[in-house]
Design a protein around this ligand. Structure first.
Ligand SMILES: CC(C)(COP(=O)(O)OP(=O)(O)OC[C@H]1O[C@@H](n2cnc3c(N)ncnc32)[C@H](O)[C@@H]1OP(=O)(O)O)[C@@H](O)C(=O)NCCC(=O)NCCS
Length: 337
């Protein structure tokens, strides 16, 4: 998740406002490879983590519950990754979705929540969505056992590393390689090149978008699609070229900004990766500024910079296998890939 702000911060993108987080795959191959991730129990259950016990015998790692959300939000806010919802609430529903449908854990000592970590099974990887330790406890061995508990023995693995100097080394040691930067660009649709007349875009139901993703990538994520469509002022859409679907995605409002955001987008293997992105920006912006998240290799990057978009933030995408994600056919949700 990611809370965009102007001040520098270490915090990792919580739902890119904690607004987002993301991952995918490429070229000639699958966009998303089927995962062999180990399934995590869905029922919140206490977990005694042996590494945690080694680091600090008083720290227990357990499943997060909805009752922990206020404490988790305080922790995120202390790191600058949550804050007052000046427009809509994005972080609250995101945490609720992780707690209900993903692996969401807290590290606790004497009833006090010290850290929060979450991982999502994306159909291509176990994706580390969030890992946050209380600011006064950074670098004291709390994050590493929590990371191990989130991943368990699930492979392959993906994440977006923040600029915190502890994050990337921890993730390398957990088996992931730094691949591409993920760049957050903000701008207006006004300066974009003229639309391609063969490209159309229309509202779509999340079930049909989930089915398109499954057909294009093999990843079956109906619950996540329903969540993306349920977010504040969400606009699920499909892009067509000569009547055939070539991309799918979601736009939505942001928590602390009047700008909107392209929350996630997938482009059909073999299709032009630029025109659908421009169409999505035009629709998703709806006359406002808009934020879009591109991997460094995406060919729309120079087009958007030419159109005076500004890079306002960045993360480092990491994966245990370079072929898991196609950087030109996924505009990731950094929280959920
Ligand atoms: C990133 C974060 C979760 C890590 O948790 P933590 O409890 O601080 O980390 P730990 O103390 O368990 O481990 C840090 C490790 O990084 C190593 N490290 C620190 N700086 C390093 C550097 N410059 N190069 C290499 N290794 C480094 C430490 O030695 C330590 O390893 P060790 O336990 O084997 O000695 C935590 O610092 C945090 O919440 N940061 C702010 C929010 C954030 O950015 N989260 C990450 C989002 S991707």
């Amino acid at each position: 998740m990611k809370l965009m702000r102007s001040a520098p911060r270490w915090g990792r993108p919580a739902a890119l406002e904690m607004d987002s987080r993301a991952c995918v795959r490429v070229a000639g191959a699958r966009l998303l490879a089927p995962t062999n991730s180990t399934r995590v129990p869905e029922t919140p259950a206490p977990i005694r983590n042996t590494m945690a016990a080694m680091a600090d015998s008083d720290v227990e790692i357990r499943a997060a519950t909805l009752g922990d959300v206020p404490a988790i939000r305080s922790l995120l806010a202390a790191l600058g990754d949550d804050g007052p919802a000046t427009t809509v609430d994005i972080v609250g529903p995101y945490l609720g979705h992780l707690i209900d449908h993903a692996t969401a854990l807290v590290s606790e000592r004497a009833g006090d929540i010290l850290a929060f970590g979450a991982g999502v099974d994306t159909g291509v990887s176990r994706h580390l969505a969030d890992l946050f330790v209380r600011p006064e406890l950074l670098g004291q061995g709390i994050g590493r056992p929590l990371l191990a508990a989130v991943f368990e023995d699930a492979w392959p693995r993906t994440t977006f590393a923040s600029a915190d100097p502890r994050a990337l080394p921890l993730y390398v040691r957990a088996g992931m390689t730094p691949l591409w930067p993920c760049l957050y660009l903000e701008g207006s649709a006004d300066g974009l090149p003229a639309p391609d007349p063969a490209i159309t875009i229309a509202a779509a139901a999340p079930d049909s978008l989930s089915e398109l993703e499954r057909a294009w990538t093999g990843a079956h994520r109906p619950t996540d699609h329903a969540f993306w469509a349920s977010q504040a002022n969400a606009e699920p859409f499909a892009v067509f070229e000569s009547g055939q679907p070539v991309a799918l995605g979601y736009a939505r409002a942001r928590q602390a900004s009047p700008a909107r955001v392209i929350d996630r987008m997938i482009i059909r293997p073999g299709s032009d990766p630029i025109a659908p992105v421009l169409a999505a920006i035009r629709l998703g912006a709806g006359g406002s500024a808009i934020v879009v998240c591109l991997f460094g290799p995406h060919p729309a990057l120079p087009v958007l910079l030419q159109a005076r978009f500004r890079i306002i933030d960045r993360d480092q995408f990491m994966a245990s296998d370079v072929a898991l994600v196609d950087p030109i056919r996924l505009l990731p949700n950094p929280g959920m890939l």
